[in-house]
Design a protein around this ligand. Structure first.
Ligand code: G16
Length: 543
């Protein structure tokens, strides 16, 4: 067993996006590609010799091979011990929980989140720091810079270890412990929620379906929902994690979780439906024939958190990403707590959570979470809703419509134009930027732009500044249009357009979202010249 120093050359394309480095598997499989990036992380995270790390992934294609490489490289760096999920599996929130519980120096998560998996699909890697959350921009930028000048990496020449058997082993001087991916996470959930109450609800015949989409949450959901809480066997569908997610797209939205949507449609036998994504940090919440938008879900959680054991002392504050609807702002105002508006990316919540400025946070992109970990957490959100349903004894739609009646309703949707030419996308954003001063004060079809800008965020804890986080058009009636380019795609560029309109007085019979937002959608398309510039007449995905 010998530590080898391997000569390498930079690839110059290892710039992490919104959430780590995501590329096609084939790119990661190039000789030295993963190694260069891992060495760069280890260099910036140093000193990591003598430290404890956590490693795991969502089980997608190349997960196991990548873990073996990372273990050998960590051993060569003198890392003291690594906790690795059995079979290489750990959900993103479970990694965060383990880092925190075991006071590890950090962890590596192998996932491309909601992107498809398989030999021709996507892979990804990101580093989480000591607080359990994604590394901040200063760290990821330093990693990128290092990767552009890398000339060698270190790796231990040794055989692969067995990832299937629980327990300790060794690689050189480094200890490895293969851990059960679920138990620590399940114990944390039992501490936050009233499991007895949820169990009684299932015992009295409550029926739900959870779609694990053949991704990481299968084993977690079977254990917690079926084994611990007593939900009927078969409650969790697509429960077995597969390397290609069964050929599906593990993104819990109305388009990709269509099997679940169908199960909750019509005269459904189920009162509740939920799904999570590839790595278990996203969630979608459904009632019978009813979709809860992620922005509404966050607002409803904030309004009711005090009813749940883990949050019985109330919330210190809340936060949402800028494009997320302002529904949660209305709740914060009523509760008399602060609501922070951050750029897209979970890492921006880290300082606010660490500094106890917020307890709860969320995003329009099907993510919500709290101070229990430093990642968004899919199954946590599902348990939150189950606990709420068990307390309120009302349907999902009733809870939401009563919330609207109390706080008003933020009609909201997001239009995604995927895999458009990167140059076209950048030109469109540039054009918008240049139009900002002209747009100010203009009226389109009765909507007057009161303020527009290129969103910039100053972190209230460390004062770091993040510029160019999306273009906001704020209208005088509280409506908003936001444009930004996704930081998680792996093909061309994805343009996201977010459209929102606030209605203070809502009747239960109010119109369909797309109908209510029709004028604003047209304004959004016209202002950015989306159709002429992209050649697309319709978005690929509407959420
Ligand atoms: C990541 C980030 C989220 C972000 C989402 C979408 O989530 O952690 O904060 O909202 O990407 O980002 P974008 O709009 O740039 O594509 P995940 O679930 O992909 O890790």
């Amino acid at each position: 067993m010998k530590i080898q120093t391997i000569a390498t050359q930079p690839f110059n394309d290892q710039k992490p996006g919104t959430s780590g480095l995501r590329k096609k598997v084939k790119i990661f499989q190039q000789p030295h590609y993963l190694e260069n990036f891992v060495q760069s992380i280890f260099h910036i995270a140093s000193p990591i010799a003598g430290q404890l790390l956590v490693v795991g992934g969502d089980g997608r294609y190349y997960n196991k091979q990548a873990i073996q490489i990372i273990l050998k490289m960590a051993a060569a760096q003198g890392v003291a011990k690594i906790l690795v999920g059995q079979n290489g599996l750990l959900s993103t929130p479970a990694v965060s929980a383990l880092i925190r519980k075991q006071k590890a120096a950090g962890g590596l998560i192998l996932s491309a989140s909601h992107n498809p998996g398989g030999p021709d699909e996507d892979f990804g890697i990101k580093f989480n720091i000591q607080n359990g959350g994604p590394a901040p921009t200063s760290f990821t930028e330093a990693v990128y810079k290092y990767s552009n000048n890398i000339s060698s990496y270190k790796i231990l020449e040794t055989a692969d270890i067995d990832l299937n058997t629980l327990g300790p082993s060794k690689m050189g001087d480094m200890q490895i412990e293969v851990v059960d991916p679920v138990s620590n996470y399940a114990a944390l959930m039992a501490h936050l929620f009233d499991f007895n109450r949820i169990k009684s609800m299932f015992d009295s015949g409550f029926s739900m379906r959870f779609d694990a989409m053949h991704a990481i949450t299968g084993p977690y959901a079977v254990e917690i929902l079926e084994n611990v809480l007593g939900a009927a066997p078969g409650t969790v569908i697509n429960a077995v994690p597969l390397e290609d997610f069964g050929g599906g797209h593990p993104d819990p939205n109305l388009k990709h979780a269509h099997e679940l949507v169908k199960l909750l449609s019509g005269n459904s036998a189920h009162s509740f439906g939920a799904a999570s994504d590839g790595d278990g940090d996203r969630n979608m919440i459904l009632g019978q024939n009813f979709f809860v938008t992620p922005s509404d879900s966050l607002a409803i959680m904030a309004a009711n958190a005090h009813l749940l054991p883990g949050y019985k002392n109330g919330l210190s504050g809340v936060a949402r990403s800028m494009p997320t609807s302002t529904a949660v702002d209305k709740v914060a105002e009523k509760l008399g707590i602060e609501c922070y508006e951050t750029p897209t990316g979970w890492k921006f919540f880290g300082n606010l959570l660490d500094d106890n400025k917020i307890t709860l946070c969320g995003e329009e992109s099907f993510g919500s979470g709290s101070d229990h970990v430093r990642e968004k957490d899919g199954l946590w959100a599902v348990l939150f809703w189950l606990n709420l349903l068990a307390i309120k004894k009302q349907s999902v739609s009733r809870i939401v419509t009563e919330h609207w009646a109390r706080f008003g309703r933020n009609y909201y949707c997001r239009h995604d134009y995927e895999a458009i030419d990167s140059q076209v996308a950048n030109d469109l954003m540039q054009y918008l930027l240049q139009s900002l001063s002209e747009l100010q004060g203009q009226t389109f079809n009765n909507y007057t732009i009161e303020m527009c800008d290129d969103f910039s965020y100053t972190d209230p804890v460390d004062n770091s500044i993040s510029d160019h986080q999306g273009i906001r058009l704020l209208f005088s009636d509280g409506s908003r249009i936001v444009y930004r380019l996704s930081g998680t795609g792996t093909e061309g560029a994805t343009l996201r357009v977010y459209i929102e309109k606030f209605e203070p007085e809502v009747s239960l019979q109010s119109g369909e979202t797309q109908q209510v937002l029709a004028d604003l959608i047209e304004i959004a398309n016209n202002i950015a010249q989306i159709h002429t510039r992209t050649g697309r007449t319709d978005p690929d995905v509407i959420t």
